[in-house]
Design a binder for this molecule. Sequence first.
Ligand code: ATP
Ligand code: MG
Ligand code: FE
Length: 340
Amino acid sequence: CYILSIETSCDETAVAVVKDGHEVMSNLIASQIETHKAFGGVVPEVASRKHVESITLMLDEAVAASGIKMTDLSAIAVTQGPGLVGALLVGVVAAKSLSVAISKPLIGTHHIAGHIYANRLVGEIHYPCMVLVVSGGHTELVYMKQEGQFEVIGRTRDDAVGEAYDKVARSIGFPYPGGPHVDRMAMESEESIDLPRAWLEAGSYDFSFSGLKSAVLNVINQRKMRGDAPISAAIARGFQESVVDVLVTKAIRAVKAYDVKQLLLCGGVAANRGLRTELTRQCAKEGIDLSIPPFEYCTDNAAMIGAAAYLKWREQYFTSLDMKADPQLSLEAWGSNTLD
Ligand code: ATP
Ligand code: MG
Ligand code: FE
């Protein structure tokens, strides 16, 4: 089974060909970061226009690079949501057109299911498993009793962790997207400052990062008012320590409470070195089987969408051509084929 997959939910135009849900035949990404940097973040209208410019050529290139012919494809998969509606729309229209043109079924796919199934690109997944999703728009703990079944047991009540990284990065002078800069600075810093951790009510698997973000801004502003020298490196490290402490502690508590066989990490912030290192260390100590995708499969890409779409291929569950891009698409409903 060869699935051609398209991902345009945010600021990456990506197309891939994936064999049998785990073998990457080609995986192309055109990042728009340079374009959006000038605005300090993603501008939706600009993102859509850039996707339109790139998508047609990338479809041809991804198929050419895979070594198979367009007519050998088994299905066309596309990110249906969540994401920016205008950006999603470009991928959805391209996928529908191609599906009609070459008479192959369409598979609308959930972006976060894609991030989760990036783990399938590097090995088997052992169910039941727990997933820690950390990305630009999501921070969730997802329990998977079996393949394709998603239960969100915890989520952020305010900012996503990637969003908090990007805001803190901006406040200490880094360009968008600032997550990787804060990560590097935190890993290199010898100093750290104490920042709060939002544990929330006992037993809760939810997250909150807006208080931490405000604490960082307060430290910066107070020092500015007093005329003290900036301490960006110590802030970066203190921030990263707080984030990593909460994420790792809650993920490991969830693994124990749900008695799962494996813990999966995914999403753009899974590229964070501090998080990868600490989670690896704690899982080794606790005897927990941990899966982390390589860097290129952590941030947005289309191969992960092909891996998730394969679940639907196996069920021969296809998407109607009336399908609409849905910025609020539910992960649980997508998994159980109960989208309306
Ligand atoms: P979502 O998947 O929730 O729709 P998204 O697709 O925009 O959001 P991703 O592409 O998965 O998000 O991740 C991008 C985020 O990851 C950005 O916020 C970026 O700053 C963050 N990020 C990337 N690398 C690192 C890193 N090394 N440390 C911390 N954050 C990082
Ligand atoms: Mg992105
Ligand atoms: Fe993403």
